[in-house]
Design a protein around this ligand. Structure first.
Ligand SMILES: N[C@@H](CCC[C@H](N)C(=O)O)C(=O)O
Length: 283
């Protein structure tokens, strides 16, 4: 079977985007893992699948698969690429799109300057929403590490669900943060039964942070949209950040806005790029 796809990225977080509306697509977990290989496949952090909506008030269903083939609830950079993709492919002419994800509905707005602003819904901090095993909600939770890692026996994390689960650590210097060592240990920590994305946040001032993210099912990426949302949401909740904060990631900068009110939506704005169109033979 020949599969048409578009390679896209948001700040270097890269995607294989597949139109599952005009072509019949059936991919196994193993096939997605093989396609993600940067030497023998297409190579990507996530595969995004566009499908018809299952609910009449939605425009599309937006499905997300990590490089390891696992299907996940949300992807912020992917959402921006998704919005550009469905317009470029003329699957819609709308500038405001309501899409369903496994983590809940999202609203995507393509702005006049071709950036995409995403209504990410409200961040959730209750441990059950990730899920995270804890007796109570808290601004910071201390996690004992299974073995001494990067000289640490425990770390303090804030936990946030942006539809998908995030743990955020405050660090003094993001360049020196032990992302490679701590990322996988925390991703699979027993208190996160569905694993977790791990953000390392350095606060530069009240409206600017630097961030690196070790993503669940993928590893460190050049940018993680939901990771940026989670980091800023946790910073605002802790009284450390302003309601409009710029997030500098290795691949570039996102703008995050949130009033801090638990019932109000958080917004993420950033760029999108299309790299090439491709076609691959699947066995
Ligand atoms: N790159 C993403 C997040 C993709 C999913 C994540 N790895 C997970 O497992 O939840 C983003 O831009 O948000």
């Amino acid at each position: 079977m020949l599969l048409n796809f578009t390679k896209m990225h948001g700040l270097g977080n890269d995607f294989m985007v597949v139109d599952g509306i005009t072509q019949r697509v059936r991919l196994t977990t193993e096939q997605i893992g093989e396609l993600s290989d940067r030497h023998t496949g297409v190579g990507f952090d996530q595969l995004l699948l566009v499908e018809p909506p299952r609910h009449p008030d939605m425009d599309f269903r937006y499905r997300i698969f990590n490089a390891d083939g696992s299907e996940v609830e949300n992807c912020g950079n992917g959402a921006r690429c998704f919005a550009r993709f469905v317009r470029d492919k003329q699957l819609t002419r709308k500038r405001t799109l309501n899409v369903e994800t496994a983590g809940g509905p999202l609203t995507l707005i393509v702005t006049q300057n071709q950036q995409v602003r995403v209504d990410m819904g409200s961040p959730r901090f209750a441990p059950d929403s990730l899920p995270f095993i804890a007796d109570e909600d808290a601004l910071v939770h201390t996690l004992a590490l299974p073995a001494t890692t990067a000289g640490l026996t425990q770390v303090d994390v804030s936990v946030v669900s942006m539809g998908n689960p995030h743990a955020v650590l405050l660090v003094d210097d993001v360049e020196q943060a032990p992302v490679e060592a701590l990322g996988p240990v925390l991703e699979s920590h027993e208190r996160f039964p569905r694993r977790v994305n791990v953000g390392f946040m350095q606060i530069k001032n009240r409206s600017r942070i630097d961030l690196r993210v070790f993503e669940r099912g993928t590893g460190e990426t050049r940018a993680c949209g939901t990771g940026a949302c989670a980091a800023v949401a946790s910073g605002i909740r802790r009284g450390l950040l302003d309601t409009r904060t710029k997030v500098r990631l290795p691949g570039g900068t996102l703008t995050i806005e949130w009033s801090g009110h638990p019932d109000e939506s958080l917004f993420m704005t950033g760029p999108v790029a299309t790299v090439f169109e491709g076609r691959i033979e699947l066995e």
